[in-house]
Design a protein around this ligand. Structure first.
Ligand SMILES: C=CC1=C(C)c2cc3[nH]c(cc4nc(cc5[nH]c(cc1n2)c(C)c5CCC(=O)O)C(CCC(=O)O)=C4C)c(C)c3C=C
Ligand SMILES: [Fe+2]
Ligand SMILES: [Fe+2]
Length: 344
């Protein structure tokens, strides 16, 4: 069958690292009710305030990591798409971004024009969060309903604990892990605690746990934080890393609301204060290197850790288009591995 497309979906970047292009991107992103989940008038007010200073600061950050071909996140996602075309046997492989271009709307309309009848949706987020997975799927629903499109959909579920993903992570990290190091930090993108409480309606739910065994597993499908711990534990187990040589923290918080802890910036200081000298960092919430890995960790995190007394800081690249990841993703997306996704 050659009319069954694979649609890779990632977050997206601004068109350029100029302030005037970063501003509309941030506006689209932050006005998304799954990202800033506050009632519309409050969200609008808050986002207007954020949009006064943040576009310039973010543009500056983007300029420090931008490549001649474009945003690393977009360039690397396109490379992955090209590699997936060599493996996916059922039809075209497309790439869409939740914010910016190529939009989910333009890509789905293009697939319809090509005569595609079935689409496997692959949100490229290993751990489930409403601010990433749900919003992408809601956008698919909006486009399908708005344009009266008829596709049969399948969906790649969050793969935070899937051996294929974990093995690909191990292969991609192997080279950097050859060197001597004192500690491996898993720095995941954070979310506000409120996002978790909304889905896990359990006052006993432990948001301070350092290991998933300290948490009631019945909520794991909807608890982003537990899924992050699980990914880190399974990785550490695979590479034989003892518990005192790794930890998890959460980066990229924004605003005054409480985000899930520990915060990466504070944790870097704590690690240095504990005597960790040689640090490795990896960010398994991102399958492609992006602003959050290259700038926040690779530039600012490094400076901070070295200033706090560390002697070496090595950022492990994301999966990007590494051969083992391409093979793993292709397997994870196969028809027998994915579930039907209904639009009602
Ligand atoms: C304000 C709320 C935000 C939530 C919640 C959030 C969740 C979330 N984001 C990612 C992945 C990425 N985020 C990226 C950039 C980014 N994230 C936010 C805000 C929230 N993210 C902002 C405002 C930005 C833009 C840059 C900035 O001004 O800081 C990126 C990088 C994009 C790029 O172009 O490189 C990624 C990737 C996840 C996985 C997640 C929830 C789990
Ligand atoms: Fe983000
Ligand atoms: Fe950030």
């Amino acid at each position: 069958m050659s009319n069954h497309a694979l649609l890779l979906m990632n977050l997206g970047s601004p068109k350029s690292p100029k302030t005037e292009d970063v501003k509309p991107y941030l506006k689209q992103f932050l006005m998304d009710p799954y990202v800033v989940d506050l009632p519309w008038p409050i969200r609008k007010l808050l986002v207007s305030m954020i949009l006064i200073k943040r576009p310039e600061a973010s543009a500056h950050a983007y300029q420090s990591i931008w490549w001649s071909e474009g945003s690393p996140l977009v360039v690397l996602s396109k490379r992955l798409q090209k590699m997936m075309e060599l493996h996916w046997q059922h039809g075209p492989v497309a790439l869409a971004m939740r914010y910016g271009e190529p939009s989910i709307e333009s890509v789905l309309l293009g697939l319809k024009k090509q005569g595609v009848e079935q689409v496997t949706l692959a949100p490229l987020y290993p751990q489930f969060a409403e601010s990433t997975v749900t919003t992408a799927l809601e956008e698919v629903k909006r486009v399908v309903k708005g344009h009266g499109l008829s596709f049969k959909f399948k969906l790649l579920a969050p793969f935070y604990n899937q051996p294929r993903y974990l093995n690909a992570l191990v292969s991609s990290a192997q080279e950097v892990m050859q060197q001597d190091f004192d500690h491996l930090l898993f720095s995941f993108h954070g979310v506000p605690e409120r996002h978790i409480h909304k889905l896990v309606k359990d006052s006993q739910h432990n948001l301070q746990a350092t290991h998933s065994s300290q948490i009631d597993q019945k909520h794991i499908d909807v608890c982003y934080r537990t899924q992050c711990l699980k990914t880190a534990e399974l990785f550490a187990e695979r590479v034989g890393l003892p518990d005192d040589k790794w930890s998890v923290s959460f980066q990229s918080r924004l605003g005054r609301t409480k985000w899930i802890e520990p915060y990466t910036d504070r944790h870097l200081d704590e690690l240095a204060a504990k005597g960790v000298k040689r640090l490795l960092v990896m960010s398994p919430a991102f399958v492609a290197d992006c602003l959050e890995t290259l700038e926040e960790i690779g530039i600012r995190g490094r400076e901070q850790f070295l200033a706090a007394g560390g002697s070496s800081f090595e950022l492990i690249p994301c999966l990007n288009d590494t051969p083992s990841w391409v093979v793993a993703l292709n397997q994870l997306c196969q028809p027998e591995e994915t579930k039907p996704f209904m639009i009602n």
